[in-house]
Write a protein that binds this ligand. Structure first.
Ligand SMILES: C[S@@+](CC[C@H](N)C(=O)[O-])C[C@H]1O[C@@H](n2cnc3c(N)ncnc32)[C@H](O)[C@@H]1O
Length: 216
């Protein structure tokens, strides 16, 4: 596909998949119009990059459906200058969206090859993300606390280190539940460490593997 066709595909994705399902934040829509999602998927998947479903990215992992990326981003409410932590770098696409929105992005991936590929792609697009290979369920203590935390893999509960590394006034979003279906869960942390959790919709994610996630 030519560059222009990808641009057209992005416009169709935004107009056909995101806007009708309630993604209204124009800055987020702008990010989806501008970040070249096809560069974050393997060659044989490029023709499907803007379709309404997740795609395999190797190592039994996926890049989430565009709408789910947009929905999680909208719930997270990222603001310019905020420090954001992503658990599950995968392809690097979600991280790219957060950088586009002006966040200072830290991202952790447990599979070294995915982390490396994501780093190369983000660098080639001039998008700065601090990426490390580690168990993201432990968070990133030295870099925290964070205004926003997004976990793009599912566990039975929210890893305690992530709650601890969230600033007062901060927000976390993560799929929580069983192996095959989960609830997208928002955590708002208020002053004196008060936590309010709310379920905002059903979803299906790959498992979060680690000390505070599923055991390998
Ligand atoms: C659905 S994919 C993430 C999609 C990614 N956000 C993107 O934009 O392409 C989930 C990712 O979480 C990673 N993962 C699972 N458990 C992890 C852990 N404990 N720490 C870091 N990454 C983890 C997987 O290897 C996988 O790459």
């Amino acid at each position: 596909m030519e560059k222009n066709s990808y641009e057209e595909a992005r416009k169709r994705m935004v107009a056909g998949q995101l806007v009708p399902r309630g993604i209204e934040d124009t800055k987020i829509l702008d990010a989806f119009l501008n970040i070249p999602r096809h560069l974050f998927v393997p060659d044989r998947q490029k023709k499907y990059a803007y379709e309404d479903y997740p795609l395999p990215i190797g190592w039994k992992q996926t890049i989430s459906q565009p709408f789910i990326v947009a929905l999680m981003t909208q719930f997270l409410h990222p603001d310019k200058g905020e420090k954001a932590l992503e658990i599950g770098t995968g392809s690097g696409y979600q991280a790219a969206i957060l950088v586009y929105l002006g966040c200072d992005v830290y991202s952790i991936e447990r599979i070294p090859q995915l982390a490396e590929e994501a780093k190369e792609m983000l660098n080639s697009l001039g998008l700065e993300v601090k990426i490390k290979v580690d168990d993201g369920t432990l968070g990133w203590l030295e870099a925290g606390p964070f205004d926003k935390i997004i976990v793009t893999a599912a566990a039975e509960d929210i890893p305690q280190p992530l709650i601890e590394q969230l600033k007062n006034g901060g927000r976390l979003i993560m799929p929580v539940g069983g192996f095959f279906d989960q609830e997208l869960t928002l955590v708002d942390k208020f002053s004196n460490d008060k936590i309010v959790r709310s379920g905002v919709g059903k979803c299906v994610f790959v498992p979060l593997l680690g000390a505070y996630g599923y055991k390998e």
